[in-house]
Design a binder for this molecule. Structure first.
Ligand code: FAD
Length: 830
């Protein structure tokens, strides 16, 4: 029998090897349009990023090796251009000389794959716009980047391939901005999980525009500009288009083979097309979804490989084999995170009108007490009858095995309660005695039996508007202080039984904790005592990221290697107190706390406890692996009046150093204190007013007063460092930053500025008369013990970051300033 295979990569090459293993007799001829067969498409992005160093490692099997081992005829650079079904022959074009010839077949296998979608957007033909499908595409991208010294890129499309490319361009020190038409990245997972990815991308300084498409590409002399649907214009050295793929069906269509409603080649369960002599596999075919048998396109490597083998068995084997459909199990690395999914997600279930329940759990990848435990979120979707529809996971380690386990359970026809019974490998470095998959099974069963009633993250907003609903935060005080659902009342779970009298049976309580676990205990206590309650699925931790800004509307202009140390989260140290930090941190009184492995609230509780044991002004350094720690500790420190003096990131470990401060406590009534303070609000950013205020301030210092200057609004510009500091800003903040004077040197006179002439004349006169400049006055003021406080609220409004302001100053709100005012005998507003 003569078997012809069209397409020599995943599906085609798998089928070819299996065919030979099954029989030595058949003649096998494989045609491949490209230069290579059996290469690792999935590894292409990683060679662009330099993670896979050797290009040759992607060439899994060469034409010569495969011919030698499997005794087959492989012809690369040979495109099949026509199928004559009546004659059972194909026409092949040799791409080197253009010659065409025919080959007959007894059985034909189509494995032509899928091609990247290139919509007819004006300007799409630009040389600077690339797609990535094969080795040749990868080489073109690499060459273009190298030859043109590309420093920034825009990736259009935030699917799996788009995100992988974005990560790998960053690995190559190229600034990356992603543009995505949907309101989230990674369509296989639902919004609340994608929200965590959005924050992670921002942490890695990847720009992200959501719900925005490209309207037009415009080629310029040294870059390409992208005009987005909302009018934003982005600049890029290179654009990678990754908005999806479509099945390569032109040959099949022209040959009169039946296509399915999704546009893929229609096949039966044996992978046979509408012509019994022709089989088809891989990205080009329409498959049946395992969950509900709907027709879908699932362009992934596992189905292609599996189908290739099945076809070989059906052509040359002793028994016919059926393909049981696809689940779409997929996984992806996004910097430190792993995101994976199997089966159907909520969006698909809703679109199909299928009723479902959702249970989300937050656990650690292994026992919390064993070092290195990291959080993992697992979401399970299922029917009222317990059928598992799908699962999604996000975390740092061990996401793959949980999703794989559930994928197996789905194919084995298990119900949600069967997940409880899976006996999975456990020792502390790898797992907990109850695997997250077991827990998901417990939660799902509790929901189905009515033992647990939960509400979802996206119901919170509506519930907040209902008068009869009360949000009950059952976490500890430290967690509550870092953030809570607006309007929530707090009763710690362990106090709940003794404080039930404070609650009202006519109300509905939405109970929540950090991850859902303590919430469930509280929910049980409440319902057992006759209260109406619901538990927030996935807890505060799942809900909170959905409330944040999901975009990072910053065009990442360029990133040169020197800046990488600052921009990359992997090795990042940031000091807030100027020189001498290292020296201070190595002094004996600096306490080191290790909270690695602990999850929220563990690290904050440890920090809080240690802080109580040290004196004001002493230093505390705490290391933690909880990804939320850095954000939490900032809020916690600010509320407690402490100062973060350094943040470091080494891999997944955040190291934060804090100087103990004090919360201002109002002066006791009736106790009289000698007031010897001078306070000033510097509101204006005018040169003359800045000089006047600093002269008065220095004078007051000289008279032995404690002087506190509170800089707010335009006054903050006086504090800006003259050099450009690379910090994350959104579009409006960037505009502001450009328009406002950068530091004392750029201030203008309030009157007679005269296009700059007046200001420069004034500076000359001051120099001649030996009057200090604003910067000098300010430095003297600080050196002599004066206190400068920048108003954090107005900094936020004006988009100014702490790193952009001069060293040696404090940051605080009105409360801290008013504390100083109370103790001062006069307060000036300038
Ligand atoms: P392909 O492997 O694409 O092979 C088709 C071949 O047919 C092509 O080489 C093409 O040149 C050739 N061909 C087409 N028409 C003709 C013709 N007329 N004559 C001769 N030859 C022809 N999947 C995953 O599961 N996980 C991943 O991490 C992953 N990462 C990926 C990353 C990238 C960058 C890409 C592009 C894909 C990735 N995939 C991944 C998808 C996976 O590679 C595909 O699902 C799989 O390769 C499909 O196999 P296939 O045989 O159908 O098509």
């Amino acid at each position: 029998m003569k078997i012809i295979i069209i397409g020599g990569v995943a599906g085609g090459a798998s089928a070819a090897a299996r065919l030979r293993r099954l029989s030595e007799k058949n003649e096998i001829v494989m045609f491949e349009r490209g230069n290579y067969i059996s290469f690792a498409n999935c590894g292409l992005p990683y060679h662009i990023g330099g993670v896979i160093k050797e290009r040759d490692n992607l060439l899994v099997q060469t034409e010569e090796d495969m011919e030698a081992r499997f005794n087959m005829d492989i012809r690369v650079r040979s495109e099949v251009v026509y199928i004559d079904r009546k004659k059972k022959s194909i026409t092949v074009r040799n791409l080197d000389d253009g010659e065409e010839y025919s080959e007959s077949y007894d059985k034909l296998l189509l494995s032509p794959g899928a091609e990247p979608i290139r919509p007819p957007i004006p300007g799409i033909g630009s040389e600077r716009i690339k797609t990535l499908r094969n080795i040749a595409d990868m080489d073109r991208i690499n060459e273009y980047i190298q030859n043109n010294n590309i420093l920034n890129a825009v990736v259009v499309g935030a699917g799996f391939i788009g995100i992988e490319i974005a990560e790998n361009l960053k690995e190559r020190h190229i600034g990356v901005t992603i543009v995505e038409k949907l309101n989230q990245v990674l369509a296989p997972v639902d919004y609340e999980l994608a929200a965590q990815v959005h924050q992670h991308l921002a942490d890695y300084n990847v720009g992200l525009y959501l719900e925005n498409g490209v309207k037009e590409f415009k080629d310029k002399k040294d870059h390409i500009s992208l005009v987005l649907e909302d009018g934003t214009t982005l600049r890029a050295g290179i654009v990678i288009l990754a908005i999806g793929v479509k099945p390569e069906t032109s040959l099949a269509k022209e040959a009169g083979l039946e296509l399915g409603k999704t546009g893929g080649i229609k096949i039966d369960q044996y992978m046979q097309t509408s012509d019994p002599s022709i089989y088809a596999v891989g990205d080009a075919v329409e498959v049946s979804h395992v969950i509900n048998s709907t027709e879908v396109l699932i362009p992934l490597a596992w189905p292609a490989n599996r189908q290739g083998r099945i076809v070989a068995d059906n052509i040359a084997g002793k028994r016919k084999k059926a393909y049981n459909g696809s689940l779409g199990t997929s996984i992806l690395k996004v910097f430190d995170l792993t995101v994976a999914a199997t089966g159907m997600n909520e969006k698909v279930l809703s679109r199909l009108g299928m009723e479902y329940e959702a249970a989300t759990i937050n656990r650690n990848d292994h026992a919390e007490y064993y070092p290195g435990a990291l959080p993992l979120t697992l979401k399970l979707l299922f029917s009222k009858e317990g059928k598992i529809y799908g699962a999604q996971g996000i975390g740092y380690n061990g996401v793959d095995k949980r999703i794989d386990t559930i994928a197996v359970a789905i194919k084995a026809g298990m119900k949600v309660w069967d997940l409880q019974d899976l006996e999975l490998a456990y020792a502390p470095p790898y797992n907990s005695a109850k695997d997250p998959v077991n827990i998901a099974g417990y939660v799902a069963e509790n929901m189905l039996t009515g033992e647990l009633k939960s509400v979802r993250w996206n119901q919170v907003e509506d519930l907040m508007k209902q008068e009869n609903t009360v949000f009950l935060d059952v976490r500890i005080e430290e967690e509550y202080e870092i953030g809570t659902i607006p309007g929530a009342v707090r009763i710690e779970v362990d106090e709940l039984r003794s404080r039930l009298s404070e609650l009202d049976k006519s109300k509905t309580y939405v109970v929540f904790c950090q991850v859902g676990q303590r919430g469930y205990v509280a929910y049980r206590i409440l319902t057992e005592h006759g209260f109406t309650a619901m538990n927030l699925d996935g807890g505060y931790k799942l809900w909170y990221p959905t409330t944040l800004n999901q975009e990072n509307e910053e065009q990442i202009e360029y990133e040169d290697p020197a800046e990488l140390a600052v921009n990359s989260q992997k090795q990042h140290a940031q000091g807030f107190e100027g020189d001498g930090i290292q020296e201070a941190l190595t002094k004996k009184h600096a306490i080191q706390i290790d909270a690695c492995g602990l999850q929220c609230p563990g690290p904050i509780m440890k920090t809080s406890k240690a802080m109580k044991s040290i004196g004001e002004g002493d230093l505390l350094t705490i290391s933690a692996t909880d990804p939320a720690f850095k954000r939490d500790v900032r809020v916690w420190a600010e509320k407690g009046g402490h100062h973060i003096i350094q943040e470091e990131q080494e891999g997944l470990v955040s190291k934060v150093s804090i100087r103990k401060g004090h919360k201002h406590t109002p002066v006791d009534a009736g106790v009289s204190h000698a007031k010897n303070k001078q306070t000033m609000v510097i509101f204006s950013g005018d040169l003359d007013k800045a000089i006047a205020s600093l002269i008065i301030a220095n004078g007051a210092l000289a008279m032995g007063k404690d002087v506190s200057l509170f800089f707010t609004f335009w006054g903050l510009n006086i504090l800006r460092k003259p050099e450009k500091i690379r910090v994350k800003k959104n579009m409006v903040e960037r505009m502001f930053a450009r328009m406002m004077p950068r530091g004392a040197g750029e201030l203008k006179l309030s009157k007679m500025h005269m296009g700059g002439m007046g200001t420069s004349m004034m500076k000359k006169i001051m120099k001649k008369k030996h009057i200090e400049t604003v910067s000098e006055l300010m430095h003297n003021f600080l050196d002599n013990g004066g206190k400068i406080m920048a108003c954090t609220m107005t900094m936020d409004v004006m988009g100014l970051k702490q790193e952009e302001l001069v060293d040696g100053i404090d940051f605080g709100g009105v409360a801290s300033y008013l504390g100083d005012v109370e103790e001062s005998d006069s307060n000036l507003f300038i």
